[in-house]
Design a protein around this ligand. Structure first.
Ligand SMILES: [Zn+2]
Length: 195
C-alpha cells in the first residue's frame, strides 16, 4: 500500500516523525574536564508519529481481531505508523533527516554524530572535546534532561523548530515515563494522572 505522506519524508529508516520538533539546551558539568558545557536533546510534540508505539497489546489485539502471532507481525511491520497523543524525548538517535541535521549544525553544534558510537548523535564537551555519555543526561531525575520540578525544568532552553522531523531513535521516552513529566510540562504539555 502506498503511503501518501512518504514524499515529504527523506529518511527511509525513520521510526519517529513529526510536523515540528524541539531542540532542548541545558548545561552539564563535564566529568572529564570539570567545566560546564552546553548539551542538547531532541523532543517531539503531541501527535507525533512513531512505529514504536508502546500500546496496550491485549486491548489492541482484540480490537483488531488478530491472533497473537499476526498481531506481532502487524505491530512490528515497518510501515505501521501510529499517531502518539503525547510528547516524547528522543535519545540514542541513530539518524535524522538532512534538514534536521542542518538545523542541529546551526543551533546545537555540540550535538553531532560520533564515529566511535556507530554515528549515533552525541553531545561533545566544548572544552575538552570528549563525548558526553547519554546516561549522564537523560534517564535519572536531577540530570539535565530529566528535571525534577518546574524550577529545574525552567533552566532548560527550548527552541521550537517549525519544520518536519524525521529520525531514528533507539530510545523514545514517552509520557509513560512519569519522571519526564516536568520536562514535558516545560514544553507546554500537562501530563495528568487520568489514564
Ligand atoms: Zn570536558
Amino acid at each position: 500500500m502506498q503511503d501518501d505522506t512518504s514524499a515529504r519524508h527523506d529518511l527511509p529508516d525513520a521510526n519517529v516523525r513529526a510536523s515540528s520538533y524541539y531542540v532542548l539546551q541545558a548545561q552539564h558539568l563535564c566529568k572529564h574536564c570539570q567545566q560546564t558545557t552546553l548539551v542538547f536533546a531532541l523532543a517531539v510534540p503531541p501527535n507525533h508519529e512513531s512505529t514504536e508505539a508502546d500500546i496496550d497489546l491485549d486491548e489492541d489485539a482484540s480490537r483488531l481481531g488478530l491472533a497473537p502471532g499476526e498481531f506481532h507481525d502487524w505491530l512490528f511491520s515497518p510501515e505501521q505508523w501510529q499517531t502518539i497523543p503525547g510528547p516524547a524525548l528522543l535519545t540514542q538517535i541513530g539518524s535524522v533527516s538532512a534538514p534536521v541535521a542542518l538545523t542541529l549544525q546551526r543551533l546545537a553544534s555540540a550535538l553531532r554524530q560520533d564515529a566511535a558510537q556507530g554515528a549515533q548523535w552525541t553531545n561533545f564537551c566544548e572544552h575538552c572535546g570528549n563525548a558526553v555519555w547519554e546516561g549522564a543526561l537523560y534517564p535519572t531525575p536531577g540530570q539535565p534532561f530529566c528535571p525534577e520540578d518546574d524550577a529545574t525544568a525552567a533552566q532548560i532552553t527550548v527552541h521550537t523548530i517549525d519544520a518536519p522531523f524525521d529520525g531514528y531513535a533507539r530510545m523514545i521516552w514517552t509520557d509513560r515515563y512519569r519522571n519526564k513529566w516536568p520536562l514535558f510540562k516545560r514544553l507546554g504539555v500537562a501530563c495528568s494522572e487520568a489514564d
